[in-house]
Design a protein around this ligand. Structure first.
Ligand code: ACM
Length: 658
């Protein structure tokens, strides 16, 4: 009886969705309130896979999860953790019993299989996933592919799979599908800065766990900066006794009052080498490589506060790890003017001994073949005046300060290569001329990446315009203030492979989360999601598969998943942007615009909180002369989706200018 019902229902579904066409994307056509035969809601973006697979064909029918689920998976330590996690998720959310067997030839409800003959079209990380009414089968050339197949499978489950408690009286079904999938680029990274604010081992694991669900495969671990040295290095104990600790401050980082000489330096922390190995193993279980970054020769105040000899400047004996007070003057642009010398001294042999020791130890902790040695934003002003640097320039025939930095970078690269690793550096290192054996992380623009590729460097694209996750994602009236903004729609435009360069040199892309204004893991999550969805899709999915309105429908579905998983995300995509101008008769006129379709904006000027019974925004607003605040809220039909925004009229006046 049930099966007949299913068949009729699925036939109707397939007509509705136009699912008989292999390349048709699943688009909403049923009312969101429609229910499938088991009472589960279907409709808008019933299938919401992020990143979008290469090909997804909706088939007739559903797979109904039995009470006793058998998963068959190849034996292999690396996959075991994700198979066990799949088992635990199903068991914990559904209450069904799940067993795992290591015999791929046996009958199982969920079968993971490594292809005997291999399938070149799937590559190293691709997979195929078939769900029919009897069975789920994931096939791949290796464990990487099976891992990504599992991530897709989890997204085919109802969102309740993310529940930490058993969801009672619920029919667990998956839509029947045929999926073939593989990534567009090989490097799909996220960078996490744990120097500006320290995050614990568990928080770092939480960050990595979330990345893995969206098929990221590189974790760039920014471990040192002016605000903290976070790695235990044997032989240099002060790096963590002194360099890992600052004065706890809250408010707007960068504007903090300089701490007093006797204020306790108890804020911060560091990772022991054992902690780091634990993080590496955790990431490896999720098929993520961990690339450590030690940011030198700039951004090195924490190292210098620990070992002042590493700088060129004797006054460094008085330097302290930065607690968020001003140490740079950016008023003349980049490179900044350092108010305290935060650079290692390229003319000091002790520096290379130090770097050799650090890199040797990193090479033993981190199995990944790449190590990042920074290279960004090294100020020139202390080097320019320094006698040791002048002597080095004379001896080595260096004409400019960028050439001094390039001398340093080349020596550092030699050290890295001697440990059997490859060096990655930020794009500033190109300025003095470095060998193209260095991999360049292009952050200042796509053009810097293009320039590097044209010089024959491997490139990872992480441009501020698309990939800086520390930038504000909504108007600054709602966000901790950062000097720039990056909306979700702009992030979604990211294309890591530009025209006109050899695509083989573009290893991929990455989002960067700097944490000056991020004091805790909840805010870190808020900054990453959903922009992390947009970057994941830009790096994994074929360019022609990207579709903004479909992506937004999927994002809304994933918000529900993140709610259940208790992961924070930003609702900024529902917040309108404000454009303001002065009319000919000097009145303020405000234009509101949302980046997604189908929202209604309601507003007030009378200080009260608007809801959907308030005036609806239909055209630019003229601000009443006595108003003190414009409050707005967005709705989707009858549902409030946006937060209530309070825009002070003084702020609008400021933006409109005279
Ligand atoms: C950077 O954002 N300074 C690499």
């Amino acid at each position: 009886m049930k099966r007949n019902l299913v068949t009729i229902f699925c036939f109707l579904m397939s007509l509705q969705y136009g699912l008989l066409n292999a390349q048709t994307q699943v688009k909403p056509t049923l009312a969101p309130s429609a229910l499938n035969p088991w009472g589960n809601p279907i409709g808008q973006a019933e299938i919401a896979i992020i990143p979008e697979p290469v090909s997804l064909m909706r088939k007739e029918g559903f797979f109904e999860l039995p009470q006793n689920v058998v998963i068959a998976a190849p034996s292999g330590a690396r996959l075991a953790s994700s198979v066990n996690s799949l088992r635990d998720k199903i068991q914990n959310a559904s209450g069904h019993f799940v067993s795992v067997i290591n015999d791929a030839s046996s009958v199982a409800h969920i079968k993971l299989q490594i292809l005997d003959k291999g399938d070149a079209s799937l590559g190293k990380e691709g997979y195929s996933l078939t769900v029919n009414s009897q069975q789920v089968v994931i096939k791949a050339n290796n464990e990487h592919g099976l891992f990504y197949g599992i991530q897709t499978l989890l997204q085919l489950f109802p969102k309740e799979i993310e529940s930490k408690e058993i969801v009672e009286a619920f029919k667990w079904t998956l839509p029947c599908v045929e999926i073939k999938d593989f990534p567009r680029v090989a490097w799909r990274g996220l960078m996490f800065d744990v120097s500006r604010h320290f995050f614990t081992v568990d928080e770092v694991k939480q960050f990595i766990e979330n990345m893995s669900r969206y098929k990221y495969n590189k974790f760039h671990f920014h471990l040192t900066d002016d605000e903290g040295w976070r790695i235990e290095i044997k032989g240099y104990p002060k790096l963590t006794e002194v360099g890992a600790w600052s004065v706890k401050k809250e408010g707007t980082f960068g504007d903090f009052i300089p701490p007093g000489i006797n204020e306790p330096r108890t804020y911060g922390g560091f990772f022991t080498q054992e902690d780091l190995k634990e993080i590496v193993a955790f990431a490896q279980d999720r098929f993520i490589d961990v690339m450590p970054e030690v940011d030198v020769p700039g951004h090195s105040l924490a190292a210098i506060a620990s070992y002042p000899d590493l700088s060129c400047t004797p006054e460094a004996v008085n330097y302290k790890v930065r607690s968020g007070e001003k140490i740079m003057d950016w008023s003349r642009g980049a490179p900044p003017l350092a108010l305290v010398d935060n650079t290692l001294c390229p003319a000091n042999e002790k520096v290379y001994v130090f770097i050799d020791s650090v890199v040797s130890q990193l090479a033993r902790i981190f199995p990944f073949e790449y190590i990042h040695l920074g290279g960004d934003e090294a100020p020139h002003n202390f080097w320019e005046k320094n006698e040791q640097i002048k002597a080095l320039m004379k001896r080595e025939g260096l004409k400019t300060i960028p050439e001094v930095q390039a001398y340093f970078e080349k020596r550092v690269e030699k050290i890295v290569r001697a440990k059997g690793k490859k060096m990655v550096a930020w794009d500033e290192v190109l300025e003095g001329g470095v060998p193209n054996t260095m991999t360049i992380m292009a952050w200042r623009s796509m053009e810097k990446g293009i320039e590097a590729a044209k010089k024959g460097h491997e490139v990872i694209m992480t441009p501020t315009q698309f990939a800086y996750l520390d930038y504000m994602q909504a108007d600054e009236i709602t966000e901790p203030r950062v000097y720039a903004s990056l909306r979700l729609a702009k992030t979604y435009e990211f294309d890591p492979i530009p025209e006109g360069v050899d695509p083989k040199l573009i290893k991929g892309g990455q989002g960067n989360l700097w944490t000056e204004q991020i004091f805790n893991i909840r805010q870190a999550e808020y900054m990453v999601w959903p922009r992390g969805f947009a970057l994941a899709e830009s790096m994994w999915s074929p360019r022609e598969k990207k579709d903004w309105s479909h992506f937004i429908a999927k994002t809304e579905k994933h918000f529900e998943r993140l709610d259940l998983a208790e992961t924070k995300y930003s609702p900024a995509m529902y917040d309108p942007s404000f454009a303001v101008r002065r009319t000919a008769d000097k009145l303020l006129q405000v234009t509101l615009k949302t980046e997604i379709e189908g929202l209604d904006i309601y507003y007030s000027f009378d200080n009260s909180a608007p809801d959907r019974f308030y005036p609806k925004y239909t055209e630019p607003l003229i601000v009443p002369v006595d108003a003190g605040v414009l409050k707005i809220v967005t709705y989707k039909g009858k549902q409030q989706v946006g937060r209530i925004l309070h825009m002070p009229i003084t702020e609008l006046n400021k933006r409109a200018g005279k």
